[in-house]
Ligand binder design. Structure first.
Ligand SMILES: [Zn+2]
Ligand SMILES: [Zn+2]
Ligand SMILES: [Zn+2]
Ligand SMILES: [Zn+2]
Length: 227
């Protein structure tokens, strides 16, 4: 049973002999660490016998109303805990945007796990290297929250009116969203007023003035020409 101890060592230690509790499971549920004890059933399967706060209040050596299994059954099931441990790691919290599992925090707008990485952002760089900042700056979810709109951002008329359609769709469907806008409205692509090239407003560098947009190249040329 050695291999399974480290995570909840103090809890697990009491359960050496013929006892029941072999695997400790952990998952993120509603932001709280959630623990469950499971036992190995005589057939080798796992059964959850206690969970959450009850588990954390347990002292080692306490059995919790489960019939003891024989030591040999315990030993023969030795491989199961390792398996449970692996899957419990996979179920721990991860950044909903990039999948990393270290240094996480929760978004204020929607309570999702996200990298706590705003320190990586360099002022005025507009780099998109921070998961937290990307969600905060480039999504309707965050905008809706900051503006204090009522209801859900996905059917919020105020959000819809706040942006031109292309940007509304981009804010609602880009990769910085945990949940994307269903049935985004259609829009005509934006073209550069000089060369006609399509500009993806959310992704491509561009300049704008009144109703007009210019691609990066034409913007640079206009700047040189003092326009
Ligand atoms: Zn991330
Ligand atoms: Zn959000
Ligand atoms: Zn809104
Ligand atoms: Zn152009």
């Amino acid at each position: 049973m050695e291999g399974q101890r480290p995570r909840f060592g103090s809890l697990a230690q009491g359960f050496h002999f013929g006892l029941v509790i072999l695997a400790l499971d952990q998952a993120a549920l509603g932001g709280h660490r959630y623990a469950a004890l499971s036992r190995v059933t005589p057939t080798g399967g796992h059964a959850v016998v206690a969970s959450s706060a009850r588990v954390l209040g347990l002292r080692s050596g306490v059995t919790i109303g489960v019939s003891p299994v024989s030591r040999s059954a315990c030993m023969s099931a030795k491989k199961k805990p390792a398996k449970a441990k692996r899957s419990s790691r996979a179920r721990g919290p991860r950044c909903g945007l990039c999948g990393k599992s270290t240094k996480l925090t929760k978004t204020e707008c929607c309570g999702n796990w996200v990298c706590d990485d705003e320190h990586k952002y360099i002022m005025f760089s507009y780099a998109r290297n921070s998961c937290r900042r990307n969600h905060r700056r480039y999504t309707l979810c965050a905008y809706h929250h900051v503006e204090g709109h009522p209801g859900d951002w996905k059917d919020c008329p105020k959000c819809r009116k706040s942006f031109e359609t292309e940007m509304y769709v981009w804010y609602g469907t880009n990769q910085y969203n945990f949940e994307k806008l269903p049935n985004p409205p259609e829009y005509e692509p934006t073209h550069c007023a000089d060369c006609g090239q399509v500009i993806r407003l959310g992704e491509d560098g561009h300049s704008e003035q009144g109703e007009n947009y210019w691609c990066q190249k034409c913007s640079a040329r206009r700047m040189r020409d003092g326009q």
